[in-house]
Design a protein around this ligand. Structure first.
Ligand SMILES: O=P(O)(O)OC[C@H]1O[C@](O)(CO)[C@@H](O)[C@@H]1O
Ligand SMILES: [Fe+2]
Length: 193
């Protein structure tokens, strides 16, 4: 939607240190909402009983229309389900060919990406490093630190939308697990063709 009526400039707040906003409410995802996404479902269900908070994000409330820039901060907490690191659900954009930029403010981790044709890529997150997720790539943030939150700033086109269906039913082709004390990218045993 485009309009010629004057629009107020909007001021939003979020901390580049904590990722938290004083004025926006976080959207929180707990283990109970995503237990089935981890390879070790038993371990996930145990954590779901305590309803552990896996990640939260602050969406700054921009209209979901073309021409807008949606943005906010995302905090993925440290933790593991069995040997698999805490991660976001992950999604494609409903308008598939829309990109997204993430900028790491704190912590350590990976952005996992894959496109519908099966190309898989991952990029490291370290503070001061951005990851540009090209259009057509599903994306999931993964926190590989033992004790620090992974905090990122993100921005994407307002009309992009979120498509969780494919990832919820099939997962990503690769998962990230701890092997000999270090993160390793391995095939997802649950991935279904
Ligand atoms: O939407 P998911 O996969 O639960 O992950 C949340 C993150 O992705 C975003 O939707 C941006 O793509 C953010 O709102 C948030 O950082
Ligand atoms: Fe996205």
């Amino acid at each position: 939607m485009s309009t010629t009526a004057p629009r107020p400039a909007v001021v939003t707040d979020f901390s580049l240190v904590t990722g938290l906003s004083r004025t926006r409410k976080p959207l929180q995802r707990r283990m109970s909402a995503m237990a089935g996404m981890y390879a070790d479902q038993r371990a996930a269900e145990r954590l779901a009983e305590e309803d552990v908070l896996v990640y939260e994000f602050f969406d700054m409330g921009v209209p979901q229309s073309s021409g807008e820039v949606a943005y906010g901060t995302s905090i993925t907490y440290p933790g593991k389900v069995g040997d698999e690191y805490f991660m976001t659900k992950g999604h494609f954009h409903s308008v598939l060919d829309t990109a997204e930029i993430y900028y790491c403010l704190r912590g350590r981790g990976l952005m996992m990406m894959e496109n519908p044709e099966g190309d898989v890529q991952w990029q490291e997150f370290t503070p001061g490093q951005g990851v540009y997720v090209p259009g057509r790539y599903a994306h999931r943030s993964i926190n590989t630190s033992p004790d620090e939150p992974l905090i990122t700033f993100f921005a994407f086109p307002g009309h992009a939308g979120h498509d969780y269906g494919t990832i919820e039913s099939k997962g990503f082709r690769k998962i990230v697990v701890e092997r000999d004390g270090a993160p390793a990218v391995v095939d997802n045993p649950k991935w279904a063709r």
